[in-house]
Write a protein that binds this ligand. Sequence first.
Ligand code: ADP
Ligand code: MG
Length: 833
Amino acid sequence: MKPTPMMAQYLDIKAQHEDCILFFRLGDFYEMFYDDAVTAARELEITLTRRDKNNPIPMCGVPYHSAKGYIEKLIDKGFKVAICEQMENPREVKGMVKREVVQIITPGTVMDGSLDETSNNYLMAMTRERDFHIAYADISTGELKVTQCTEEILYNELASIKPSEIIVDVELEPALLEKIQQITNVISVHEATRDDIPKQAEELAAASKQTVRLLFDYVTATQKRDLTHIENAVYYHAVDYMRLDMYAKRNLELTESIRLKTKKGTLLSIFNETKTPMGHRLQKEWIERPLIKLEDIKRRHEQVELLNDHFFERASLRERLADVYDIERLVGRVSFGNANAKDLIQLKYSIEQLPAINDILLTIGMTAVPVEEVLSLVELLAGLEEPAPISIKDGGLFKMGYDTQLDEYRDASKNGKAWLNEMQQSERTRTGIRSLKVSFNKVFGYYIEISKANLHQFDAEQFGYVRKQTLTNAERFITEDLKEKEALILGAEEKMIDLEYRLFMELRERVKAYTIPLKLIARRLAELDCLQNFSQVATQNAYIRPTFTQRTLALTDSRHPVVEQVMSKEEYVPNDCRLDETQYIDLITGPNMSGKSTYMRQVALISIMAQMGSYVPCQAAELPVFDQIFTRIGAADDLVSGQSTFMVEMLEARNALKNATQDSLIIFDEIGRGTSTYDGLSLAQAMIEYVHDHIKAKTLFSTHYHELVELENELSGLENVHVAAKEYNGELIFLHKIMPGAVENSYGIHVAKLAQLPPEVIERANKILQQFENTPKQTYEVKEQPQQINETPQLSFDLFSSGIEDELKQLDIARMTPIEALLKLQSLQDQLK
Ligand code: ADP
Ligand code: MG
């Protein structure tokens, strides 16, 4: 079927915006068709209909005046929306109305409404010229950052930046695409058409210039507005910060929990005492990017200490900061040209806090915020009426006295109305008609109305009335006087609104001139907010200031910052940790649920906290500056997506083994769990040996392979520790205490006993266990004595000749609970009886 002319127009426009949901303006509605309609109906929970009975095209629509909410919802869900408007008045043209896409709203380019004030909204462009070049901007704040990196670092960067949209200039190869999609699904392919390099990129190297050009070109193409408010690009080196790959960020739950992807239970959730939106956003960045330059780290610690020492000043500082609005985004809106009067008033309030904040900083002994350049803004903005109207187009923006001309118009308009009232009175007296009215309508302006009943004895001419309109019940007149006043009143009101709008635009332009100092202030306040947050959190939770050494990590009574929050202080068992140049690997054994994983994460988190400038949950802490932290958290804890967990496990391990240095921290939690016992055991041992001999990184290695504890005898840099547990009154008590040496037994049979398996089974199991333990263990005799590998363990009973041997070999012991193991054992025994 041939499409109607309008559908042809629709299809034509849609073809140019295939990756967007097209909002097609039809009168008072935006309509969506075909797949767009199906998607939108589902996502927005609106009714899906069809175009008409004979034409089964799926369709749905939203009223144009309430479209904003629907658009925000779609953007939130990661869609892009193209707004297609009627470019002509349908009443004035014959045939098809011209339509054009006027704006494309995408997750990376939204400016208002749905923006979350606690996080940045980054739009990123990515190009490739040998290395990857990335440029990312938060359009709402004007921040623009640029770097270049290898593919490996790229993923780390993406995991920190979490852009809501990535622009590329070529289709990505599938493997790369798949990895990037783990961070964001919104990937837009765009070809830059502008020739010039944006001025913000002038200082950059050639390749980065192209990346910024791609970014700007995309924004101009979608937003159809200029980007003068974006700051000059800041180039940074990813290597200036502690390197945390995306696995570490995820596993350590720095800003997002693994399971629910929320803030709850994360390190970020501990640092929740920021008072300003920009402080909150910066806090997140500080957590994602711990420092590696000792003097930078110390500078933060020194300031936290000062704040700790000034309890009352800190309290007043916090109060003042709470009165500071989101200066960064306010300034962004001023420069972008969509700030309203309310925004400017918030800016004024924020600046008014600064002198007091500086007084406090002076007392504490901290550097003041540079306010001199912006104080005049307060005066400049003093003329704005409060509370401010939301619209800047309906007047009422300025106080009396702001502008003489404006005051005159206001007078005229106000006096004019009073004059009309008086005129009604005097005309009533003059004509003797008590029901005479002076009124207004849009078509005729002001008029005097006299009802039919009074007309027969009324001589219009005598009073100078001119007939204007005849109604069924009344006659309307005008007079010379009335016309004169009308011109004055109407003119004044219109002029007043025009003038206010103009004055507001001028004012906004003048505020724009303050952009640079305001941004500096916003940045300083954000830092200050993060530091007071560190101080507040440290005081609340009894954290201490860590010290730094070359190569020793020594924590006394350390706690897990998040886990300790969910229990009382007495419940959480603090632990020590010591790793140095001679003993740099701790092999951790202990029963399930004893606290191995918690302990290892706690050491990693404490290192991160220290390097981001925070105090740490310990009695005493001496730390090296780690260049990188790697994690591999056991399959049992790995609840992510369930996709080939063993492969993920190996990828994480590879990342660590390939990139770690002597200055790194490695957390390997039950490596090898995702495969069969001997596979896993061999891999685990090989990895430990590799770290020990070649990397010498500080390493915490927990394992359920009890066999590995023997390594202590062979590897001088490795020592065994275990998490203590004991039986008390027939119950297994977890002490959560890290002790030297290996765990004595794995408690599996213990648990079985507690579960009241038949005593015979327990007894027999203990016997078999002893036999296994007395057997030479082939897995160890690897290094210098390969001949022993072929030795078969000599068991005292000959059961391996039957099919039972195969059955035993097939068992995946690592994946069995102790009870399952015992039941299996029992069934094997039954077969032999
Ligand atoms: P594992 O890795 O040994 O199986 P986890 O580290 O997962 O054990 O810890 C199990 C539970 O024990 C945790 O959820 C926590 O509630 C508790 N726990 C761990 N460490 C401590 C501790 N130091 N003090 C108190 N409770 C702890
Ligand atoms: Mg564990």
